[in-house]
Ligand binder design. Structure first.
Ligand code: HEC
Ligand code: CU
Length: 335
């Protein structure tokens, strides 16, 4: 397909599936457009006023005809619905367990990327080929949209809520990243590159702390945000102590507050009887708006950190709390 390129390159496992559905829709549309158009022209000519074509046996209506022009489109419509819904559910549903987790913050007007090991990038995202990648995304200001045409994924990036998207890149290379939601005057500049690396190159890139550049950026579009020495969760741990979260949250459920060890993924009972699964979104909300959901058995004494922490810091705290497994707790609690 050199010369005229109808669709963007296919570089993720979703790409060929999305394109197949797209071409099916095109084929159905073209088929019926041509069929109906040709019949309209044919009948208009054949039975035009004054033509001698026989009109004998003409009918007002025909039940078989009516049933088929109802059932055939209905069937095709349902096929498209089921097919597209399945595809959508796989792309926007829960990512595979082994997915590599990366955090993305959208802000006017750049993409900021945080890798769990502490590497940070601006307007660039380095990932390995062949491994599912889960992006947890949030906006620091207005609505943005994370769009990588070659992967056939697009997901809104909202203020105040984590949105998740995942994909498996298949082909090493350099792919466009766009913001696909008008977000202010510099919206069209909110672009970047996704670098898909061979797993070995990716390991090298990680080991170099993000300094290795297997693909040189000719445009210089990407600027490194600088490599922090601390991983996301180490930064979170520091912040946790600085903000004195541990004054109320200890290694075990305490007088003042519940423990965070083993919290992630747990079902937590609230004062009003509802049960919430402690995911990233819940932890974020608990930090910024502690009164929104108050844990059963505790007084609502936790201060709100809304306005005090930017999304990057909230992510660090979330990463730290996520890392506190209950096994650590058992090890820490002295008999
Ligand atoms: C003054 C005491 C206090 C401080 C300081 C405090 N918390 Fe809390 N926190 C609580 C209490 C009490 C609860 C349970 C009641 C509720 O949900 O508001 C809680 C609940 C939570 C929850 C939900 C826990 C669960 O088991 O579902 C999270 C997450 C959390 N806090 C994080 C933090 C973080 C992060 C900090 C520091 C930035 C912090 N807290 C500082 C008292 C505190
Ligand atoms: Cu934007």
């Amino acid at each position: 397909m050199k010369g005229v390129q109808l669709l963007p390159e296919q570089a993720s496992t979703f790409a060929s599936q999305v394109d197949l559905l797209f071409w099916f829709l095109v084929a159905v549309t073209v088929f019926f457009t041509v069929l109906i158009g040709a019949l309209v022209v044919y009948f208009a000519l054949r039975y035009r006023r004054g033509s001698t074509a026989s009109r004998a046996g003409a009918k007002e209506t025909d039940l078989r005809l009516e049933i088929s022009w109802s059932l055939i489109p209905l069937t095709i419509g349902l096929i498209v619905f089921v097919w597209a819904a399945k595809l959508y559910a796989s792309a926007y549903g829960p990512p595979p367990e082994n997915a590599l987790e990366i955090f993305v913050i959208g802000k006017q007007w750049m993409w900021h990327v945080q890798h769990p090991n502490g590497i940070r990038e601006n307007n660039e995202l380095h990932i390995p080929a062949g491994r599912p990648v889960k992006l947890t995304m949030i906006s620091q200001d207005v609505i943005h949209s994370f769009f990588v045409p070659a992967f056939r994924i697009k997901r809104d990036v909202l203020p105040g809520k984590y949105n998740v998207v995942w994909f498996t890149a298949t082909k090493p290379g350099k792919y466009h990243l766009f913001c696909a939601e008008y977000c202010g005057t510099q919206h069209s500049r909110m672009i970047g590159w996704v670098y898909v690396l061979e797993p070995a190159d990716y390991e090298k890139w990680l080991a170099s702390g993000g300094e290795a550049r297997p693909y040189a950026t000719a445009s210089g579009a990407g600027t490194m945000a600088g490599v922090s020495t601390a991983s996301l969760k180490e930064a979170g741990e520091k912040l946790y102590t600085q903000l004195r979260c541990n004054a109320c949250h200890g290694a075990t459920d305490g007088q003042r507050g519940p423990t965070h060890y083993g919290l992630f993924g747990k079902k937590v009972k609230m004062r009003d009887g509802t049960v919430v699964t402690a995911d990233e979104e819940y932890i974020r909300e608990s930090i910024l708006r502690p009164l929104a959901k108050v844990v059963d058995g505790y007084e609502p004494i936790m201060p709100s950190y809304e306005g005090l922490l930017n999304e990057e810091r909230v992510l660090q705290l979330v990463a730290y709390i996520k890392s506190l497994e209950s096994s650590t707790k058992v090890a820490e609690v002295k008999p």
